[in-house]
Design a binder for this molecule. Structure first.
Ligand code: SF4
Ligand code: SF4
Length: 307
């Protein structure tokens, strides 16, 4: 366990130092090189630990997406610094600092993500495209069983992402009203969004405490993008389906769920907005009782009620 913490502190320090060098324009794109290298390195190890085609494909896609959207397109081709897979409300500043790429960030934030999530579930963003999701799935792959699960998650704790979303909306409205040029606005943004949210919670806590709280601490408790994607996914076509004629209620799926979805005890057709569609529960189920669908659900639950 100590080795795990040492490894994760080293990863955090690499991220922290290189991203700050990049913010200060000292050595861009050093962070992106390290980030892509770590995703590739841990992604290969994670790929080898898993056996289903779906989960393995996820590792390949997310590594390719990070390489293209964090390094190749912004730095090698467009000569810009913001990753193309940044989005509102996770990165509210894309709305007021994007310049000529504003159209792209509006499109990805308000059209592409909502439509993809509605059609294919939250996984379309959180497991295949998001950079923090990529960190969780690769660097955090060994820590899926850590942390509270299902009913063990303190309910009030997950309310914090609503606060982050409200502050993202407030910052956006103020910035569009012209406050982004004021030094007080920039100071509050630096302290809350950059230092508190992104440095302390999204990097330090989310990475270093994985062995204690699991691999998706940020996604589970803090992310405003995940909150919005979850609400859309809940209303959309994606569902995790449990075939109760096969399920033995062993709880293996729930223990392996990084998003603490109550798979064993929840409904047979689960449209929890928390599920990021990583596919690991389907992979580990010894009874092969689980599947994911975006179509009409026909599997009946124990009471014989079709989903
Ligand atoms: S919850 Fe947030 S950080 Fe996690 S994968 Fe989804 S958008 Fe990314
Ligand atoms: S319910 Fe299954 S697919 Fe969804 S996040 Fe949990 S383990 Fe992944």
């Amino acid at each position: 366990m100590i080795k795990d913490y040492i490894k994760l502190v080293a990863v955090f320090l690499v991220f922290f130092i290189t991203i700050n060098l990049e913010i200060n324009k000292v050595t861009p794109p050093l962070f992106s090189y390290f980030f892509c290298a770590l995703i590739l390195l841990f992604g290969i190890a994670a790929y080898r630990r898993h056996r289903t085609k779906y989960v393995r494909t996820m590792f390949i896609v997310l590594a390719a997406v990070q390489f293209i959207s964090c390094l190749v397109l912004p730095y090698w081709i467009l000569n810009r610094s913001l990753p193309l897979n940044a989005s509102w409300p996770y990165f509210p500043e894309v709305i007021w600092t994007a310049g000529t790429l504003a159209v792209w960030y509006y499109a990805i934030s308000f059209v592409l993500i909502p439509v993809a999530v509605y059609l294919y579930g939250r996984r379309a963003w959180c497991s295949f495209v998001c950079g923090t999701g990529a960190t969780a799935e690769t660097i955090g792959d060994s820590y899926r069983t850590a942390g509270p699960k299902a009913a063990g998650v303190p309910r009030g704790f997950t309310a914090f992402k609503w606060v982050v979303l409200a502050l993202s909306v407030a910052a956006t409205v103020l910035a569009l009203a012209g406050y982004s040029r004021a030094s007080l606005f920039n100071l509050v943004f630096l302290v809350f969004f950059i230092l508190f949210l992104r440095t302390l919670l999204m990097q330090a806590v989310n990475i270093i405490l994985m062995p204690r709280f699991g691999n998706r601490i940020w996604c589970r408790y803090f992310c405003p993008q995940g909150l919005v994607a979850g609400l859309i996914s809940r209303a959309g076509r994606f569902a995790l389906v449990r075939d109760d004629s096969l399920c033995s209620r062993c709880g293996t799926c729930t223990r392996n769920c990084s998003m603490a979805v109550d798979i064993t005890g929840g409904p047979a057709v689960n449209r929890s907005g928390e599920c990021v569609g990583c596919g690991v529960c389907v992979e580990v189920c010894p009874q092969q009782a689980l599947s994911m669908t975006t179509g009409r659900v026909t599997v009946p639950d124990k009471a014989g009620i079709p989903g």
